[in-house]
Design a protein around this ligand. Structure first.
Ligand SMILES: [Zn+2]
Length: 203
C-alpha cells in the first residue's frame, strides 16, 4: 500500500488560554471584538506560530464569542492554516456543521485584522457567515509584511454583499498597522521570524 498521511491537524496554540482567560462569553461591542483580534495577532507572531494574523467568529447581534483563530502555518506546517480558516473551522465544529448560516442558528460574523487573502476570501464565502468585519484593506499589509495575498478583485466587498454577507471596514485600522509594523521590525532585525511565502524562492 502506498505510504500516505490519513489526516492533518490544525489546532490553536497553548498560549491561547492565557489570552482568553479574561474574555467574557459575549463581547457586544465590535471594536472590543477587534481589539481582542489584534491582541491575538500580536501574540501569535511573537510566539512563532505563524504570521501576525488573527480572527474570531461571534454571534453578530449578541457578540457571543463562538471561536477564535490565529495563523498557525508555521506551528502546524499546513499552508492553509490562516486565522480565518482556523476560526471558521472551529466555529463550525462548535455549532455542529458546515453552515454557520444554517436553520436555527443566529447570524454569525467573522472579525479579522485585515481584508482576507484569496484563500480566505473563498473560505469566508463558503462558511455561512452573514458579516465580515475587517480592520482595514489596501496595500499596506503587503507593503509592510511582504506577504503575497493573491489577486483579489477590486469588487471583493461588493461580491460578498451580493451574497448576503455584509462587509464592515476600518474598525481599529491603525491598531492593525501597528501590529504589522512591529512584526516587520522583528523580521528585519533577523530575529528568526519566517515570512513563509511559498513562492519566496521562485522567479
Ligand atoms: Zn488567508
Amino acid at each position: 500500500m502506498i505510504d500516505i498521511a490519513r489526516q492533518y491537524q490544525v489546532a490553536l496554540p497553548a498560549w491561547i488560554d492565557d489570552e482568553l482567560a479574561d474574555v467574557p462569553a459575549a463581547v457586544p461591542d465590535r471594536e472590543d471584538r477587534m481589539r481582542l483580534v489584534h491582541r491575538l495577532a500580536d501574540r501569535n507572531w511573537r510566539a512563532g506560530d505563524g504570521g501576525p494574523f488573527a480572527a474570531l467568529v461571534a454571534e453578530r447581534d449578541s457578540g457571543r464569542i463562538v471561536s477564535v483563530g490565529v495563523n498557525v502555518v508555521l506551528a502546524s506546517g499546513v499552508s492553509s492554516a490562516h486565522a480565518e480558516v482556523v476560526a471558521l473551522g472551529l466555529a463550525q465544529t462548535a455549532t455542529g456543521g458546515w453552515d454557520l448560516g444554517g436553520d436555527g442558528l443566529p447570524a454569525h460574523e467573522l472579525v479579522v485584522n485585515w481584508r482576507p487573502c484569496v484563500q480566505c476570501y473563498g473560505a469566508t464565502m463558503w462558511s455561512g457567515v452573514r458579516a465580515l468585519v475587517v480592520a482595514g484593506e489596501g496595500p499596506e499589509l503587503e507593503e509592510i509584511t511582504t506577504f503575497d495575498e493573491g489577486p483579489l478583485g477590486a469588487d471583493w466587498a461588493e461580491q460578498f454583499q451580493a451574497r448576503g454577507i455584509e462587509v464592515v471596514k476600518d474598525v481599529l485600522r491603525d491598531e492593525a498597522l501597528t501590529v504589522f509594523r512591529d512584526y516587520r521590525k522583528a523580521v528585519d532585525s533577523a530575529d528568526g521570524i519566517v515570512v513563509y511565502n511559498a513562492r519566496g524562492g521562485a522567479e
